[in-house]
Every structure is written in structure tokens, then in C-alpha cells.
Design a protein around this ligand. Structure first.
Ligand code: AMP
Length: 214
């Protein structure tokens, strides 16, 4: 089974793709995770990608398509895979079509997660992290005991650059301009299923499972 997950930043694609992976025994390919690893390991791709990622811009299509072409052929993807955060542009979607055609594979379903934009932005800008131990907090849903201070080691909590409101609003703009056109691209191919993602994680998960079993 080959499934694509579309949706704006912070809508829960990562969480739901993990759920799908476990339930349907397929692998997850997240271009965001692959790029973050590359940045951490300071590879050639990582050094180039970093400059786009810090400001919420998209990494060039040519780099992304190369990553996908290689990763899809790994043996652990032979049972199928879910693509999380890819494609994000029409050229990426066309590139994927030609990679899949060469491999004689087909997309089964494209799920588009939809949620209220201001709710997502509130949740994302409330995230704080401890630089020392890495613990993640949320000033609304998971605050530390002492305002702005890590429970584990008393370090002052920070907001990551990519969680700042300006960066997040930019990521939404990028999504609207470059990624939203994919909704029609896949509607025209009769592959698109919209999933209301304003509910609880479990509700969304059950809706997705029913869609994928249907
Ligand atoms: P994500 O975790 O999927 O939101 O990705 C984090 C960042 O990685 C994005 O803001 C982009 O800079 C970059 N990125 C991830 N996937 C792609 C993609 N398919 N095309 C271009 N850039 C991407």
C-alpha cells in the first residue's frame, strides 16, 4: 500500500503517519525527518537544506526527489510506505509519478488532513524546549512547574526558531501557495480523501483507519 499524507504544518501528519505505520505494517518516509537528520549530521544535503529550513522555505525539488528515489528502493519499503510531508509542490508530485511509473507502482490513496489554522498556530507557538535535556513543553497544554524553567534541570526554556510565530506564518504561506494546489492535482486523479483533523488524535486515527480499509 502506498499512501500520501497532505496537510498544513502542525496538523498532526507525523503522529498519524506513525499510527498508520503500526496498523498497516508499512514504512514511513518523512522528508522532514530525513532532512533534520542530514542537518544534524552536517552532510552535504544537510548543509544545503539548512538555509531553507530555518526560515520555513521549501528545500529545492531536485534535492527532495533524489532523497525519495533512493529511500523508496530500500528493502524495508517493499511492503509499501506512507509519505509524510512529500510531495509539497506540483513538480515534486510529477517527479513522484514518474519514479513510481518506472517502478511499476501506484499510489493507493492521498489523505488530506484539515484543521483550523489559528488553533494550529496557537499550539505551535506555545512549544518550549530545554536545551540541556531536550524535554518539550507547551505553555498551554503541558507547562513546566515554574514558568519558563525546565522541571528536570532548572535550565531556562527556549523557543526554537522554527516555532516562532513569524516562521510558522511563513510556513503556512508557503503551504497555501506551493502545496495546496496538490489537492486539486490528486482530486483530478480521484485519489484524494479529506480528513477533518479538529478532533482528538484517536478520533482522527479511527477516521483514517476506516478510510484506508475502505
Ligand atoms: P516538516 O517536518 O515536514 O514540516 O519539514 C520541515 C522542513 O523541511 C520544511 O519546512 C521544509 O523546509 C523542509 N521540507 C520537508 N519536506 C520537504 C519537501 N517535500 N519539499 C521541500 N522542503 C521540505
Amino acid at each position: 500500500m502506498i499512501v500520501l499524507l497532505l496537510g498544513p504544518p502542525g496538523v498532526g501528519k507525523g503522529t498519524q503517519s506513525d499510527n498508520i505505520t503500526h496498523e498497516f505494517n508499512i514504512n514511513k518516509i518523512s522528508t522532514g525527518d530525513i532532512l533534520r537528520d542530514a542537518v544534524k549530521n552536517e552532510t552535504e544535503v544537510g548543509l544545503e537544506a539548512k538555509q531553507y529550513m530555518v526560515s520555513g522555505e521549501l528545500v529545492p525539488d531536485s534535492i527532495i526527489l533524489k532523497i525519495i528515489d533512493v529511500r523508496m528502493k530500500d528493502p524495508d519499503c517493499s511492503n509499501g510506505f506512507i509519505l509524510d510531508g512529500f510531495p509539497r509542490t506540483i513538480p515534486q508530485a510529477e517527479g513522484l509519478d514518474s519514479i513510481l511509473e518506472k517502478a511499476e507502482l501506484k499510489i493507493d490513496k492521498v489523505l488530506c488532513l484539515k484543521a483550523d489554522e489559528e488553533n494550529i498556530i496557537n499550539r505551535m507557538t506555545s512549544r518550549r524546549v530545554c536545551k540541556t535535556c531536550g524535554k518539550v513543553y507547551n505553555t498551554i497544554s503541558l507547562p513546566p512547574a515554574k514558568d519558563g524553567i525546565c522541571d528536570n534541570d532548572d535550565t531556562k526554556l527556549i523557543q526554537r526558531t522554527d516555532d516562532k510565530e513569524e516562521t510558522i506564518r511563513n510556513r503556512f504561506d508557503v503551504y497555501r501557495k506551493q502545496t495546496e494546489p496538490l489537492i486539486n492535482y490528486y482530486k483530478n486523479k480521484n485519489l484524494l480523501f479529506e480528513v477533518d483533523s479538529n478532533g482528538s488524535i484517536d478520533e482522527i486515527k479511527n477516521n483514517i483507519f476506516n478510510l484506508l480499509r475502505g
